[in-house]
Design a protein. Sequence first.
Length: 339
Amino acid sequence: CALPISPPNFARKLKGEIAAANRAAAAATEGKITTRAVRARYVVNAAGLFADVVARMVGDASFNIKPRLGEYLLLHKDQGKFIRHVIFPAPGKMGKGVVAQPTLWGNLLIGPLARELHDPKTESASTRDILTELIAKTAATYPAFDPGMVIHSFTGARAKSDRGDWIIEESEACAGFIHAAGIDSPGLAGSPAIALEVVELLRRAGLATPANDCFNPYRRPIIRPKNGWKGLSLKRDEPTAKVICKCELVTEAEIVDAIHRPLRCDSTQAVRKRTRAGMGHCQGTYCESRVHEIIERETGKPAAEVAKRPWPESSLLPERWVDDSFKDMLRGLMPAKED
């Protein structure tokens, strides 16, 4: 997804620093992350599920975050071609409900569920229960899909606040500490407006925000949807002619481009997120090793230091490539059709 990747790339271009994989250990007038101390006059608390934990580091206990789990299933492109718009059910108290929607790339995406998680040690739902509910709720509005054509699943937790609304404000407990917390659905759609509101709050708190004449907001896309093999512009003996991922028609040139962007990517998962290499029907079964070799060549890293895509424990699928018995089980979860 370009939205979370673009800002770090812009920050690198502007000589900003990305402190990735660091945990905030404490905060006051002087904060600490796991590697060193960091001093800041202004802080934006956009810590998602841990926004209340970070707020308490500066003495702010004005809200609590309650995780709300949701699951999606991604289906083969053969399923996405049958609908042209998002199909919504009537919304309820838990959100907008389970929707069926075609993706930009032609797949069918169904979900999400909404399940409150009060105590993760004692509360759980079996994978079969989750799949049954997800398939049944989708079939209520779009009964023509085939759940056996699933290729991937996603599980996430929305950061629901006990205030019942988004929290976009300066902390009363600590000046210059701006909350962007409790941003659950539809946070992605609201993020541009949230960003503008945060900038305004920073201005009111005293931060000077002069325009940077050197900033170029344009980010050249790495890939665009292709109209099958006809959509590829290939020239013999050039990187653009070497198709690495045949499911998504991702070329070697696109992978090399992604690797050498300002925010470098040195794992097959990072390349997948930027180019879609490995996002197709086979989920990287055939192309991940080739992507791995290209990363080794372009970065100079030894093979052992080039990470491969992990299989998430939260996946609703037993493995990356599901067999026919699992597909038949999914088809068996479809509600019986009424006469």
